[in-house]
Design a protein around this ligand. Structure first.
Ligand code: S3P
Length: 433
């Protein structure tokens, strides 16, 4: 893809549905009794992998057109042994959340994915699920996919997770729905809480006490209807683009603003940004708002600690904002970035240097020296959707045009990113043959 700096962003946009919430709605719909309906669903490669895997186990997931999905679930114990290996593509969320469900099924399943997913750590779910009684094998003693799972009647556990990971938390909470007693899970700091909110929205009991959660085995999940808000992580690229491209004034409608996801807003605020939130409302238990962003001068900042899990997926686009701010920005306590779709600390260091950014890679983060001028270049997404979209924003703010290779990976989370970008900024995104 060629990205051209063609001027300011004006007007308004709505974003595709939230990826994390769509995965959870599909999984719960497949375990519910009868027909559930999801509106605002994200229809991207990752979510389709969740739907396909559950279809291979007997649930019927149908795209009704637009952003509606209908799921005919066979009930809590209705899944059937898949005849084939479940190929989950690039989707870490699918693999880790389904591992929690499959650990409780009276059958055998094998989960694999693309070269990136097969390099992602799975011991973080295999270890607690084994302690609940499931047999989980994988490469290097269960550290990497493919994973082979023989489910069983699970025992409830008290698990203290060493990492603030919503995927780990959700795998255990989903497994906990199938146990006899009560399962508790404590995390070191709050990761995104969509699973908890969706349990509440569809009427499943879940108790929160600080950083601890408690669920008990249930008998059934009644069919439900949920609406999914716009994905804050998709909005993030446009928020930063509008902030750093002079003359921009952009409204983003219906964006999920769950506080466990909006750490980027806090980080940008600490850089001097003012972003207006209006029309606050709650959709299916999730806070939603319209966002208004205009271009502003940003200054360097430091992000660390409990803010990191709240802006985990936004570090690539945040690094672009930092590269264009005045002064230095430090990102600390972000080692989890090394085990995302790719090692995002290494990828950002290498790719942002091509734009002329002064950036230092640290074991747990980055130090960037802000500079208002980036130079267009040829760069590579590393096959990572969020890298591709962050680099596109760098390209929009650079002098001269930028080419991004391996740009089609945006289909994991935001299939029409390039067409949306080109619609709001005609000429900004030109596919290369
Ligand atoms: C996700 C959780 C996050 C995030 C990922 C989606 C989820 O990973 O990076 O893109 O839907 O639960 P963690 O498990 O590291 O929190």
């Amino acid at each position: 893809m060629r990205v051209n700096p063609v001027g300011s962003l004006k007007g308004e946009l709505t974003l595709p549905g939230d990826k994390s919430i769509t995965h959870r709605a599909i999984i719960l719909g497949a375990l519910a009794d009868g027909v559930s309906e999801i509106t605002g669903a994200l229809q991207s490669d990752d979510c389709r992998h969740t739907a396909k895997a559950l279809s291979m186990m007997g649930a019927a997931v149908e795209e009704l057109g637009g952003d509606r999905l209908q799921i005919r679930g066979g009930g809590l114990h209705g899944l059937k042994e898949p005849e084939e290996v479940l190929d989950l593509g690039n989707s870490g969320t699918t693999m880790r959340l389904l591992a929690g469900v499959l650990a409780a099924q009276p059958f055998f399943s094998v989960l694999t994915g693309d070269q990136y997913l097969r390099a992602r750590p799975m011991a973080r779910v295999a270890v607690p699920l084994r302690s609940m009684g499931a047999t989980i094998l994988g490469r290097e003693d269960g550290k990497f996919p493919p994973l082979a799972i023989m489910g069983t009647r699970l025992k409830a556990i008290d698990y203290v997770s060493p990492i603030a990971s919503a995927q780990v938390k959700s795998a255990i909470l989903l497994a906990g729905l199938f146990t006899e007693g009560e399962t508790t899970l404590t995390e070191p700091s709050l990761s995104r809480d969509h699973t908890e909110r969706m349990f509440e929205a569809v009427g499943l009991p879940i108790y929160r006490n600080g950083l601890s959660l408690r669920v008990a085995g249930i008998k059934r999940i009644p069919a439900f209807q949920v609406a999914i808000p716009g994905d804050f992580s998709a909005a993030a690229f446009f928020i930063v683009a509008a902030l750093v491209i002079p003359g921009s004034e952009l409204t983003l409608r219906g964006v999920g603003v769950n506080p466990t996801r909006t750490g980027l807003l806090d980080a940008l605020q600490s850089m001097g940004a003012e972003i207006e939130l209006s029309e606050r409302r709650v959709i299916s238990g999730e806070p939603v708002a319209d966002l208004f962003v205009r271009s502003q001068t940003l200054h360097g900042t430091e992000v660390a600690g409990t803010l990191i899990p709240r802006m985990l997926d936004e570090i690539p686009i945040f690094a672009v904002a930092a590269a264009l701010a005045e002064g230095a920005t430090t990102i600390r306590n972000a080692t989890e970035l090394r085990v995302k779709e790719v090692d995002r600390l290494a990828a950002l260091t290498k790719e942002l240097r091509r734009f002329g950014v002064q950036i230092e890679e640290r074991p747990d983060g980055l130090v960037l020296q802000g500079n208002s001028s980036l130079s267009g270049c040829h760069c590579d997404s590393w096959g990572d959707h969020r890298m591709a979209m962050a680099l596109a924003v760098a390209g929009l703010a650079a002098r001269g045009s930028t080419t991004i290779s391996d740009s089609s990976c945006v289909s994991s989370s935001f299939p029409d990113f390039w067409t949306r970008l080109d619609a709001i900024l005609p000429g900004a995104a030109v596919p290369l043959a």
